[in-house]
Design a binder for this molecule. Structure first.
Ligand code: SF4
Length: 379
């Protein structure tokens, strides 16, 4: 099983925290799907022999694409790949692009899941982050998505500068009227070379204290549990049957092909690659039938560390038997040994052969995973 990722590299305006690849120069935006299809023709063999379980339109802002352009990429995927009958086809949406006609047209093009980038229901926070939508648009877009799609997700950001636990609660309160099947919630992070990083360095934005961020996260855990959502990955919450297939495939280290500038690919074994993060160079590359791609070959140590990180962040944990099978007994023993102090501190526990993070230590997951990484031993 494998996934296909489409990166649509255009946005109306730059959100202050964002470090994804995108351009606000929209002159090539209308016909960009044609380039994606050309790249698909060039590179589809990377997934030869695999069935596609998911197709994901991310970006950038894929909701700037006309539904027919999205449909033409889906059609090309059916020509180049074997699609599973229940293939998940997701499009990321910005609330300001959503309206009933657009959603209905997406359904008609074969899209069966949407992911709505709400981020916050506070206009003040949205403005501070330079999002293109306001709180009213977020609410209306949520209503529309819930009306047209059974399978939909929303994105929220916690840890906003100046926000209290009550402010975060207000965001979650806006969801109580909906039977939300899936939520992705991320802590605001300051990425280098973003407008937010600049403001933080200048002192015009003060980041939230870690204790408040942590309290907001644990509150989210409680609230989503009450709504019947599983915290199946650190930042992802879904009802059974509504987990994101696309994201789950990443965490389970299945192969994926990424098309578009800046898109990443993985062959499911040891090769990760990424397209040039520059629209003009990408266009030129497609013109000469060769996209500029960089790649890295993962060592056994890299693969082990990825298994540790992605496993620990999910509800499935790290499967010790799988580690032994894939990497050898010495790696499984290393894992057990490194886990020891966290087991004593009740940050980790064994569920059969699976090593998992306890509820009380969830917020510390990345740090705990780093303690289990293989650094000293040679692969
Ligand atoms: S809309 Fe998304 S991709 Fe575009 S700038 Fe904002 S966060 Fe980044």
């Amino acid at each position: 099983m494998a996934s296909l990722y489409i990166h649509y590299p255009f946005c109306k305006q730059a959100c202050h925290y964002c470090n994804f690849h995108f351009s606000t120069k929209l002159d090539k935006a209308k016909t960009f799907h044609e380039l994606i299809i050309e790249e698909m023709a060039l590179r589809h063999t990377l997934l030869q022999g695999y069935e596609l379980e998911s197709i994901y339109f991310g970006g950038g802002s894929p909701s700037l694409m006309h539904p027919e352009a999205i449909g033409s990429i889906i059609q090309a995927a059916t020509d180049f790949f074997q699609l599973q009958q229940s293939v998940e086809i997701t499009v990321e949406l910005n609330p300001d692009d959503v309206n009933p006609t657009y959603l209905n047209d997406l359904l008609n093009q074969g899209v069966n899941r949407v992911s709505l980038g709400i981020q916050s229901f506070w206009s003040s926070e949205l403005q501070m982050m330079n999002r293109a939508h306001n709180a009213d648009q977020a609410k209306q877009a949520l209503k529309d998505c819930a009306q047209y799609f059974n399978n939909y997700s929303i994105d929220l950001i916690y840890g906003m500068p100046g926000s209290s636990l009550a402010d975060w609660q207000f965001n979650l309160d806006q969801l109580t009227a909906f039977e939300i099947p899936h939520i992705s919630a991320y802590a605001l992070t300051v990425e280098p070379q973003t407008a937010l990083a600049h403001k933080v360095a200048k002192g015009s934005v003060l980041l939230l204290e870690e204790e408040v961020v942590e309290a907001q996260y644990y509150h989210l855990l409680e609230q989503t549990q009450q709504w019947g959502l599983d915290n199946y990955e650190f930042s992802n919450f879904g009802k059974v049957g509504f987990y994101s297939i696309n994201n789950t495939n990443y965490w389970k280290r299945k192969p994926y092909l990424g098309l578009g500038p800046g898109a990443h690919s993985y062959d499911g074994r040891v090769t990760r690659s990424w397209n040039v993060s520059n629209n003009a160079l990408y266009v030129k590359g497609i013109g000469s039938k060769s996209v500029a791609i960089s790649q890295e070959i993962l060592s056994k140590k890299d693969c082990f560390n990825e298994t540790v990180m992605t496993g620990l962040r999910t509800q499935w944990g790290i499967d010790r038997r799988q580690v032994e099978k894939e990497f050898g007994l010495i790696y499984a023993e290393y894992l057990e040994q490194q886990a020891q102090s966290h087991l004593i501190d009740e940050n980790l526990f064994w569920d059969g052969d699976n090593l998992l993070v306890t509820d009380k230590a969830k917020f510390l997951t990345d740090g705990i995973a780093a303690d289990l990484f293989l650094i000293a031993l040679e692969s």
